[in-house]
Design a binder for this molecule. Structure first.
Ligand code: NAD
Length: 498
């Protein structure tokens, strides 16, 4: 059995805890490797290595740090196919989707290549008599990132790409379900010229997360995962004096107004609801058609579209999506489908009986469609995170607007319409962090920022873009004068601008 070890101070660190996690191949259901879980002492060794490396790294001029990022980008492009294959074999998403996962992370690295420009401070000449005021952004020291299984390349790069470019060192604790690509990313950062200790990867479960959250030398923690754990990470990390941003779960709605281009909407919904087996925090698992005519037409077209979907192994270039990440997760999705029926929703398409010939032990589940889903239902309130699309019918624009606005989650939302005024009003009033207008998965580009509202994010700053730079730096403001001539009298009142 292959063991996946930690990566600390530029080299492999073989764990000694005797605790492991199984890493499955979701296509076959077999355990393909086991990942070592770190001890507190191993985590401390990583933090000490990171703290040591950070001093020299922060003193390296920003242009040289950017050159490492440029080289890292080139190396990822060189290894794209291999990385995508590994990613698919542990996660289950199809190869083209794994390449998208890597590419979206790479776009944050491209943003980080511009860090010399982004880090330039502000300067006011002559803010007072002979007084100049300027500000600079300085790194925090050692930062840490804790990431979910569903984007094992993109989300680590959201975090360490910015954190390292601005002069921090980084401890990454990736998901224990698909940990190989994160280790490869750290190895590639070393090959790109990052000094040993600047990026470290330690594996583990709650115990490793707790060691990070309570470690006195870690200054900031970025988390992405499910909401209850995000909330716990936020509370525990801030209680230990750290800066914390913690992104959580989602239940994104797609609002379909009667004037929408229905043929396009159905294509968009199909990809956004079932792509990556619905295991995306920006998936669209809820569709809200406005008016009975819209709902009936949409339902009919969705049933026909679902019939064309191909579920296959992650290496099948024709498959629209592959298996889900684990047997446990598959069972949880099937359970939600059962509960949905019990709650009184109409199960129009049932994906539970899907089996892929030759891969009977794989974690596959077919696409499911519910109609008649109502606000009070558990299956509407909670995140299913699987290939299940729920139709919630609304009578009016106001009712449709209220549904995502009042939902506990507020990550993303999309509206489909040809009416610019209605779209504009919706975007302005909806109580959700990221909005798509005829864009089903509105993940912002790297130089904007990513973040939801309500229980989809805890903390004040978003991921990447300028918000990411703010999260991983602290601002220092200097007020300077160079007096000459006679000694001035003491001033006992607060200095003010005359
Ligand atoms: P998860 O919450 O189970 O795990 C996330 C991380 O937390 C992992 O590194 C895991 O090892 C760690 N962890 C697990 N149990 C823990 C515990 N009890 N205490 C402390 N740490 C613990 O999430 P997941 O299943 O890996 O990922 C799916 C979830 O992530 C979904 O809810 C999805 O919506 C969310 N997600 C959110 C975003 C976003 O940006 N808002 C992006 C991607 C995924």
């Amino acid at each position: 059995m292959r063991d996946i070890a930690h990566f600390v101070n530029g080299q492999t660190l073989i764990g000694t805890s005797g605790r492991f996690g199984d890493v499955f191949n979701p296509n076959t259901g077999e355990v393909q490797a086991r990942v070592q879980f770190a001890t507190d002492a191993e985590i401390d060794a990583a933090v000490q290595a990171a703290a040591k490396a950070q001093i020299g790294w922060a003193a390296t001029n920003p242009q040289r740090r950017a050159r490492v990022m440029f080289d890292f980008k080139r190396l990822i492009e060189r290894d794209m196919n291999t990385l995508a294959e590994i990613l698919s074999s542990e996660h289950g998403k199809v190869i083209a989707d794994s390449k998208g996962d890597i590419q979206r992370g790479l776009e944050v690295i491209e943003f980080a290549c511009g860090i010399p420009h982004i880090l330039k401070g502000e300067y006011t000449e002559g803010a007072g008599p002979g007084i100049d005021v300027y500000s600079m952004r300085q790194p925090l020291g050692v930062a840490a990132g804790i990431t979910p299984f569903n984007f094992p390349a993109m989300i680590p790069m959201w975090m360490f790409g910015i954190a390292i470019a601005v002069g921090n060192s980084f401890i990454l604790k990736p998901s224990e379900k698909d940990p190989t690509v994160p280790v490869k990313l750290a190895e590639l950062m070393m090959e790109a010229g990052a000094p040993a200790g600047v990026l470290n990867v330690i594996h583990g479960d709650k115990s490793a997360v707790d060691a990070i959250l309570t470690h006195p030398d870690i200054k900031a923690v970025s988390f992405v995962g499910s909401s209850d754990i995000a909330h716990y990470v936020y509370q525990t990390g801030t209680a230990h004096g750290k800066r914390v941003q913690a992104m959580g779960g989602a239940k994104n709605h797609g609002i379909v107004l009667p004037d929408a281009d229905m043929a396009q909407v159905v294509k968009d919904l199909s990809g956004a609801a079932f792509g990556s087996a619905g295991e995306r925090c920006m998936a669209l698992p809820v569709v809200v058609p406005v008016g009975k005519k819209t709902a009936d037409e949409l339902r009919e077209r969705l049933v026909a579209e679902i019939d064309t979907l191909k579920v296959g192994v992650s290496t099948d270039a024709d498959a629209h999506y592959g298996p889900v990440v684990s047997a446990q997760h598959r069972a949880k999705i099937a359970d939600y489908i059962r509960i949905g029926q019990e709650e009184g929703a109409e199960l129009v398409v049932d994906g539970r009986d899907f089996h892929l010939q030759g891969y009977e032990k794989g974690f596959f589940i077919g696409p499911s469609l519910f109609d008649g889903v109502k606000k009070g239902m558990k299956t509407y309130q909670e995140e299913i995170f699987g290939p299940v699309l729920q139709i919630v019918r609304a009578e009016s624009f106001e009712e449709a607007l209220a549904l995502p606005s009042e939902h506990q989650y507020g990550n993303g939302v999309a509206i489909f319409t040809r009416n610019g005024r209605a779209a504009r009003e919706f975007a302005s009033r909806v109580n959700v962090g990221m909005v798509g207008i005829n864009v089903p998965i509105p993940v912002p580009v790297a130089y904007h920022t990513f973040g939801g509202w309500k229980r989809s994010a805890f903390g004040d700053t978003n991921q990447h873009g300028v918000e990411g730079v703010k999260f991983y730096t602290k601002i220092k403001t200097i007020t300077a004068r160079w007096p000459e001539g006679e000694v001035e009298d003491s001033a006992f009142v607060i200095p003010t601008m005359k």
